[in-house]
Each structure stands twice: as C-alpha cells, then as structure tokens.
Ligand binder design. Structure first.
Ligand SMILES: Nc1ncnc2c1ncn2[C@@H]1O[C@H](COP(=O)(O)OP(=O)(O)OP(=O)(O)O)[C@@H](O)[C@H]1O
Ligand SMILES: [Mg+2]
Length: 250
C-alpha cells in the first residue's frame, strides 16, 4: 500500500529524515512517534508532497509519487490532517467541506464545480456524521471549539475519500474528554475498514492502545519498529523517548 524507501531530507545542516524506510500495510493503523524535532511532521510533509525529498522513494500501490504535486497526491488517495488545523476560517463547516470537494486542489478556495452540487452536499453530510459534526454544519469554522476544529481538519481530508489518512497529533491541545472523543472517532473510522491510517502522536497511552505497528523516529532516523509491546519494552526507545517525563513530551 504505502511504502517509503530510503527517504532523506535535510535542511541546511539538519538531517530531518535520514534514510527512513517504512512499510504501511493496506488497512493497518500505525503510529509514528518520537521526541520533538525527530522529523515526524517532515516525514508527513514528504509523503503529502509539501516537501521534496533529497533522495528515496515513496510508493503508493507500487507507484513512486515523489515529485508529483500535492494536488495529484491527494487525488491518488493520500489524505492528511495537520498538527495545526488548516481551515477555511470564515466558511461554515458544510461550506468548507463542499468547497474542498469542488476544488481541484482539495483545500484551495478555487471552486471549479468538479462535483454536482447535490453530490457535494450528500458527501459533506456523510463525513460530518462520521465525525460527529452533523449538528455543526452551519457554524463558522473559526468559531468552533479547538476539538471540533481538529475534527473538521480530518473531515477535510476524509471528504476526498482517501485510501491513506495521515493524522499529525490529532489530540494535541485537547482536554481528557475531547481526547477520548477524538480517538474513539478515529478508531471507529479505521475499524469500519478500507482506510490505512498513520498517526503521529505524543500521547503514549493512546498510541499503545490503538496502534498495530509503531515506528520510532529519533534525530530523523528510524530507531525502532514493532508492536506496542515490543516498543514499550525497547531499551533504546525508553532511553530516547519514553523515559522522558510526560510533561516534557507534551
Ligand atoms: N521547513 C523547514 N526548514 C528548516 N528546518 C526545518 C523545516 N521543517 C522542519 N525543520 C527542522 O527539521 C527537524 C524536524 O522537525 P519536525 O517538525 O519534522 O519534527 P517533529 O518530529 O514533527 O516535532 P514535533 O513533535 O515538535 O512536532 C527540526 O530540527 C526542525 O527544526
Ligand atoms: Mg510535528
């Protein structure tokens, strides 16, 4: 499904991604974890085409997508939610989702009428229901709570019907109740099948609870990978990341 081979990206002297190879099997739920600055968001930026790697391959169903524009990568089935939600702040929830559907660039505001109006309405409502936003269709996005803004950010990816969903810290900045709601929602989305989910997350309780595979980055390198049990007990991971006090990781 999604396979990354020997991916490398540096910014000046900082090697943010250092020969990383990871296989994300079809239908799996995987986590990418590691300390602040480990290269997690850069890794997503490379996959979604926001950044070009210095070398390496990114294979989606066997096809190398390196060098394709972001809009084409979205069209091929890679959806992405952001560490800081990227919303159309002055549009309502429904308008945002319909706008994303009508734009060839997913999140630009150019409306090209790619989908007939009724289709966009039905699709937007289906996704709002999946994410528990159905009663908020007419709320201006900028006025939503932080948690609902993060849900809408995921909805903007989901509405384009991706095969792979990349989630960058979906519960960042949320209180315990919102966290539970968000993770239950993400888990239910994945559980119903058909979606390969990759999650970047600092909340280890969540990561260990829902992930099938965990990949640990440290200084841009893949330090370890395995199932939750293997990662929890891996001395190198404990030393590089898990051993640090929880408040320092938040
Ligand atoms: N556009 C950029 N230009 C220069 N340096 C960058 C850029 N993006 C990231 N970096 C650097 O690359 C390294 C990895 O950053 P990245 O944002 O990928 O880390 P992260 O693992 O997502 O961290 P966090 O957990 O804090 O979100 C850091 O040293 C960062 O300063
Ligand atoms: Mg990040």
């Amino acid at each position: 499904m999604l396979k990354v081979e020997n991916l490398r990206k540096s910014f000046g002297g900082v090697v943010a991604t250092s020969d990383v190879s990871i296989d994300f099997p079809a239908g799996s739920l995987s986590a990418v974890i590691g300390p602040n600055g480990a290269g997690k968001t850069t890794f997503f930026n490379l996959i979604s085409g926001g950044l070009q790697p210095d070398s390496g391959r990114i294979l989606l169903d066997g096809e190398d997508i390196v060098g394709l524009p972001s809009s084409e990568i979205v069209r091929k089935g890679i959806g992405r939610a952001f560490q800081v939600a990227k919303l159309f702040k002055s549009l309502t929830v429904e308008e945002s989702l319909r706008g994303a559907l009508q734009s060839p660039l997913g999140r630009s505001l150019q409306m090209h009428g790619r989908f007939p109006t009724d289709d966009t309405r039905d699709r937007a409502h289906k996704v709002m229901e999946q994410l528990g936003l159905q009663h908020k269709a007419d709320i201006i996005s900028g006025n939503l709570s932080h948690g609902d803004q993060k849900l809408l950010d995921i909805a903007l990816a989901l509405v384009l019907n991706p095969k792979v969903l990349l989630l960058d810290e979906p519960v960042a900045g949320m209180g315990p109740e919102e966290r539970t709601q968000m993770i239950d929602t993400v888990y239910a989305l994945w559980k119903k099948g058909g979606l390969t989910v990759v999650l970047i997350e600092h909340d280890m309780e969540i990561v260990f609870r829902i992930s099938q595979h965990i990949h640990v980055l440290s200084y841009g390198k893949l330090l370890a990978h395995g199932n939750p049990e293997q990662i929890r007990n891996n001395p190198a991971v404990i030393e590089a990341y898990l051993g640090t006090p929880k408040e320092a990781r938040a």
